[in-house]
Design a binder for this molecule. Structure first.
Ligand SMILES: [Zn+2]
Length: 290
């Protein structure tokens, strides 16, 4: 504005003030018009946005949280998760004071679950949050080795982070799951060393009614375990995708192993035994179970 005053300086004082006022008003209007014109030209949108009103009917698009292990060291995991076509929203490190790396915004899909199913919802990446936990992984050995345990500080970090994400999006207890739960034929993470019961006791995820399970187990030991059709119906009831073939096909046995990794980690053997049947029956369809 200062430069535009200069041509008016040689005029008489009163006239100068009047002219200056007119100059400034005219120039201000011109500037505003130019700015408005530029803004409209830049956006090119044939409408304007009014965000002063808000609707009540809404919820988060996130309704599942999937926990994974990296099966690698922290540097290797971070390199893979930031350079390849696989990703996760968060990585929880195994440092003595764990660091949570936020790699993908929660409003965006991360590519962590792949082909997956939970309570009939398939391809869950767009509706889930993926949390990777730095851990070397687990291999099934004949001696039942479950791999190294997760450090307590890391589990505390996972609990706090998962609880916060679940609260933010209203994720139900039964929808806080492992990768092996949603992809039982392909995945084994976060593995039987992962302390799901500790999470459930801290208000994160689901567990079974242990008193009821003990009662059911005694019943099955006495009368024999249920048949394949029963297992398939029950696994489906608690979220798993399993074919209803009425016999113990390979898919069903893999799914029983996935159930055991979560709810009977002390013995992952794919066997449809009395204890597995009892825990399955004592697991609530919805809610934490504790
Ligand atoms: Zn995974």
């Amino acid at each position: 504005m200062t430069a535009l005053r200069l041509p008016c300086l040689k005029l008489p004082t009163e006239a100068t003030r009047l002219l200056l006022a007119r100059c400034q008003t005219a120039v201000t209007v011109l500037c505003l018009l130019l700015l408005a014109g530029c803004a409209s030209e830049r956006s090119g949108a044939p409408y304007s946005i009014n965000d002063s009103l808000k609707a009540n009917g809404k919820n988060s698009r996130i309704d599942i949280i999937v926990l994974h292990y990296t099966a690698s060291t922290k540097p290797s995991a971070l390199l893979t998760l930031t350079n390849r076509e696989v990703s996760a929203h968060y990585v929880v490190s195994d440092d003595s004071k764990p660091v949570v790396y936020k790699l993908v915004d929660e409003n965006l899909s991360a590519w962590h679950a792949g082909e997956s199913s939970w309570y009939g919802r398939t391809f869950i990446n767009p509706r889930s949050i993926g949390i990777e936990i730095v851990h070397p992984g687990w291999t099934r050995n004949s001696d039942g080795d479950s791999g190294p345990s997760y450090p307590a500080a890391q589990i505390d970090a996972v609990i706090a982070l998962t609880r916060e994400v679940a609260r933010r999006h209203g994720v139900a207890a039964e929808n806080i799951v492992g990768h092996s739960d949603v992809a039982p034929l392909r995945k084994q993470d976060p593995g039987p060393a992962f302390p799901w019961k500790k999470l459930a006791q801290a208000g994160v995820g689901r567990w079974f009614d242990e008193a009821a399970a003990a009662k059911y187990q005694a019943e099955y030991v006495r009368n024999g375990s249920p048949d394949a059709g029963w297992f398939q119906k029950q696994l489906k009831r608690v979220g798993y995708s399993v074919p209803e073939t009425n016999y113990f096909d390979a898919n069903t046995l893999h799914t029983i192993a996935a159930f055991q990794m979560h709810y009977r980690p002390e013995s992952v053997n794919s066997k449809p035994d009395a204890q597995t049947a009892a825990r399955l029956r004592a697991l609530p369809t919805n809610g934490s179970g504790l």
